[in-house]
Each structure stands twice: as structure tokens, then as C-alpha cells.
Design a protein around this ligand. Structure first.
Ligand SMILES: Cc1cc2nc3c(=O)[nH]c(=O)nc-3n(C[C@H](O)[C@H](O)[C@H](O)COP(=O)(O)OP(=O)(O)OC[C@H]3O[C@@H](n4cnc5c(N)ncnc54)[C@H](O)[C@@H]3O)c2cc1C
Length: 427
């Protein structure tokens, strides 16, 4: 867009526990950008949008693609070298290898320092935003698509029917367990494969967010007295039956399409999680918008801190982008970079930039992190169709899924193309 940029990168002078080189766009773990299916998959749609916008990362990924079925996997070294060389060669980009440790008062800035933001900068951000608004570990409970919960088994009720309005009194989905089901669930939790923390990623758990399997290891009854306690809840389908334990799910977005399993942050491996959580009555056919995890991850409480332009409300010369905004994964982070870059450039050039449409994958993510998500329980989010506004008149449930996803992606592509076209400057 013709704007001159200084790109500050602290590596290789200051290292992180995960990176190995001083190059840009180093992929620290998997070499995959996940599904490239832009008709049936939300991350594939994000690829499509980034490609249409001329994004460098998608260009480099395609240039160094490896065979991986429907996934977009790359040769990580060639990919990262191409991004690095392109940026170094760009006449408007100057790369400066240094750590930034303060938030400047003037100039236009985009902070995209990622899950492993340096300590000094983390402290500066916390001073600016307040310590409650910046987290250093995530504690992600699995998120389920509301439509995949069996409401013939589960029911809606808040504990002790608390709440001023009917909506609040019915704010939670409750899944009941008998004693046998509970015991089998605890056995499965204890036996499941777990992920270890990476070397250097020390686990700073505090008691409020222990993984459920660690709670189960502390005693078979611990969960029944913690997140699975049955008190104050009456099974709407069988009022005479007292549940031995109850798993609760709480709404995760304003659209009401996603629910998180309350208190179920976990280090179980993904395959094990789906198997164990489908043992919960009412979740036998659950589809997961994302599975749980706990990682070293510096991220902002974006719903309270960022405006729709991804600017810090209290300091609008500063934008945030990438994983630090509370999205998760290579692709989501890169897409938030693309969006923030365009916003900052438009502001510098004095051009008005129409809001990114909410029905696009970029727009759905931005809408979620800057307001659609529940601020109190905000945790990092992957892109998924649960973030999209429903398309009217389509069949719900498993059977309608192909048509529904196609309708989401068609609608998104058209909105994204219009949004891009609206920025083209007439010759
Ligand atoms: C151990 C680990 C494993 C992961 N595995 C996967 C995976 O398999 N798949 C996946 O999709 N995602 C994975 N992720 C997440 C993925 O790394 C992030 O989603 C993505 O890299 C975030 O992109 P970003 O641009 O926001 O931040 P980053 O890619 O982290 O880039 C931020 C850059 O800012 C630099 N920086 C930090 N602080 C400063 C400072 N103060 N001054 C100057 N520069 C600074 C860093 O050196 C870094 O180069 C993993 C993350 C970690 C930590």
C-alpha cells in the first residue's frame, strides 16, 4: 500500500524457548497450515481470503507446498527463508533486529509479538492494560457446537436457578451422570494420553485452572466437589432422579452457537479428549469447535481492550495483531496481521476503510475477539463455523452440514471480494 515500515524482530539476539533461528515466520512446531478446503472448512476459507488479498504468507506457503492430502503443509525452512528474503528485499521495509520493551506514545505501531512475547514487553503491556487484562498461560476448555448437544438428555438451568431474567436462569447446559458413568469417566481421564509441556515452557498453574486430569489424580471425588458438582440442579427430563455428577457447559459467544465445558481445561491429547468427552451423557455426538489445552501463551483480554480496528482503546496509536490478540494458530495469527496491517496503512494514508464484513472468516474472528466473545472467560480461539452468523433457511444438524458450510463460505467469499474491491484506488 506504499507505506514505509520498520519491522522490529528481537531474534536472534533475544531468544524464545520455541524458536531455533533468527528468520521471520518460523514455524515452531507443526509444518501445516491445516485444511486448504475453502468450501467446507473455516481455516481453508481463511487461506482463500488471505490469498485473494495477496498475502505474502499464503504465497510463500504455495511456493513451498508439500504433499499432505487436503492440508496445506510446507517445507518450513524454505517457507521461512522466502518470507525473510522477500521482506528484506522490499524497498518499503526495513528490518531492525532489536527487542522493543516499551509501548511508545507516538507513531503508528502494530504489536504482533506472539505467544512468547518477551518478558520486558509483557511487563510494559501489563502496565498499560492492567495485569488482569493480560494472561501468560491459556487454560482452554473444549468448545462444543451447540447444535451437536443432545438436549433430550441435557437441560438448560443455572445452578440454584440464579439470575434476574429467564435467559440467565437457563444459561447453562447440564449433562447428568450416574455413579457408574462418573466412575468410568474418571478411569478414562486417568488413563488418557497427556501432552507434556515443552522444555522451557514451565507450567505456572494456579489452583483455579488445574487440568481436569490433575484434579482427578488428586482424588476420585475431587471433580464431583469441583466443576462436576451436582448441587442446585434438577434434571428437567427426570426430576425425581438426583444426578451423581453434572457437567456444565456455558455459552461461549453472543451468537449462542458455541458452548465451553466449564472448568474442563486439559492437557489430554486431542484424540483422547474427543473420546473421553463423548462419554458425557448428552455429548455422545458432540462436535468440537476446538479441543482443550494449556500452553504458555501471552494474550490480551481483547474484548475489553481492543476496538474494532484492533487499536488499544486507551492508546489508539497502538494496534495489536497475531496470537497476542487471542486468536490461536499460525493461520489465524497471520490473518490478524493482514487485517491490522491494512487498517494501519489506511489510517496513515488518510483513507477510510470499510469495516471487514462479519460474514467473512477474517470478520468473524475480529468480531469474536473484539466483542463477540464473553470477556470474563475469554480464551484464545481458532477460526470455526460456530463464529459465523447462521445462514437463514438451511437445515440444521449433521445432515445439513455440507450445504450449510458451503453457504457460509459462498457468503464469505462474496463479502470478502466486495470488501477488497471497495479499497481499490481508481487509476
Ligand atoms: C511451543 C509452541 C507450539 C506451537 N505449535 C503450533 C502448531 O503446531 N500449529 C499452529 O498453528 N500453531 C502453533 N503454535 C502457535 C503459533 O506459534 C502461533 O499461533 C503463531 O506463531 C503466532 O504468530 P504471531 O505472528 O502472532 O507470533 P510469533 O510467530 O510468535 O511471532 C512473534 C515474533 O515477535 C518476536 N518478539 C517477541 N517479543 C518481542 C519484542 N519485545 N521485541 C521484538 N520482537 C519480539 C518474536 O521473536 C517472534 O518472532 C505454537 C506455539 C508455541 C509456543
Amino acid at each position: 500500500m506504499g507505506v514505509s515500515v520498520v519491522l522490529h524482530e528481537m531474534r536472534p539476539q533475544v531468544e524464545t524457548f520455541a524458536h531455533r533461528t533468527g528468520n521471520m515466520a518460523e514455524m515452531v512446531c507443526s509444518n501445516s497450515f491445516r485444511s486448504d478446503d475453502h468450501e467446507q472448512n473455516a481455516v481453508g476459507l481463511l487461506h482463500w481470503e488471505m490469498r485473494e488479498a495477496g498475502g505474502l504468507l499464503m504465497r510463500a506457503a504455495h511456493a513451498h507446498r508439500l504433499p499432505a492430502g487436503g492440508a496445506l503443509a510446507v517445507d518450513r525452512d524454505r517457507f521461512s527463508e522466502m518470507v525473510t528474503e522477500t521482506l528484506h528485499a522490499h524497498p518499503n521495509v526495513r528490518v531492525s533486529h532489536e527487542e522493543i520493551s516499551e509501548i511508545p506514545d507516538d507513531g503508528q505501531w502494530i504489536f504482533a509479538t506472539g505467544p512468547l512475547t518477551s518478558d520486558a514487553l509483557g511487563q510494559a503491556i501489563a502496565r498499560e492494560t492492567g495485569t488482569d487484562a493480560l494472561a501468560f498461560f491459556d487454560a482452554i476448555a473444549p468448545i462444543v457446537y451447540a447444535e451437536s448437544i443432545d438436549m433430550d438428555t441435557a437441560w438448560l438451568q443455572s445452578r440454584y436457578d440464579k439470575g434476574e431474567t429467564e435467559d440467565e436462569r437457563r444459561a447453562y447446559v447440564n449433562c447428568p451422570m450416574t455413579r457408574d458413568q462418573y466412575e468410568a469417566f474418571i478411569d478414562a481421564l486417568l488413563a488418557a494420553d497427556k501432552t507434556e509441556f515443552h522444555e522451557g515452557e514451565t507450567a505456572g498453574y494456579f489452583d483455579g485452572c488445574l487440568p481436569i486430569e490433575v484434579m482427578a489424580e488428586r482424588g476420585r471425588e475431587t471433580l464431583r466437589h469441583g466443576p462436576m458438582k451436582p448441587i442446585g440442579l434438577t434434571n428437567a427430563h427426570k426430576p425425581e432422579e438426583k444426578a451423581y455428577a453434572v457437567v456444565q457447559l456455558r455459552r461461549d459467544n453472543a451468537l449462542g452457537t458455541l458452548f465451553n465445558i466449564v472448568g474442563f481445561q486439559t492437557k489430554m491429547k486431542y484424540g483422547a479428549q474427543a473420546e473421553v468427552f463423548r462419554m458425557i451423557p448428552g455429548l455422545e455426538n458432540a462436535r468440537f469447535a476446538r479441543l482443550g489445552g494449556i500452553h504458555r501463551n501471552t494474550f490480551l483480554n481483547s474484548p475489553t481492550l481492543l476496538d474494532r480496528q484492533m487499536r488499544l482503546r486507551g492508546k489508539p496509536n497502538v494496534r495489536f495483531a497475531g496470537q497476542i490478540t487471542g486468536v490461536e494458530g499460525y493461520v489465524e495469527s497471520a490473518s490478524m496481521g493482514l487485517a491490522a496491517g491494512r487498517m494501519a496503512a489506511a489510517e496513515l494514508l488518510g483513507r477510510s476503510l470499510p469495516e471487514i464484513p462479519q460474514d467473512t472468516a477474517h470478520g468473524a474472528l475480529i468480531h469474536h475477539i473484539t466483542g463477540g466473545a464473553e470477556a470474563k472467560t475469554f480464551q484464545p480461539m481458532n477460526v470455526n463455523f460456530g463464529l459465523f452468523r447462521p445462514v437463514d433457511g438451511l437445515k440444521g444438524g449433521r445432515r445439513g452440514r455440507r450445504d450449510r458450510y458451503k453457504a457460509y463460505t459462498d457468503r464469505a467469499k462474496s463479502a470478502w471480494s466486495d470488501w477488497l474491491a471497495s479499497q481499490e484506488v481508481p487509476a
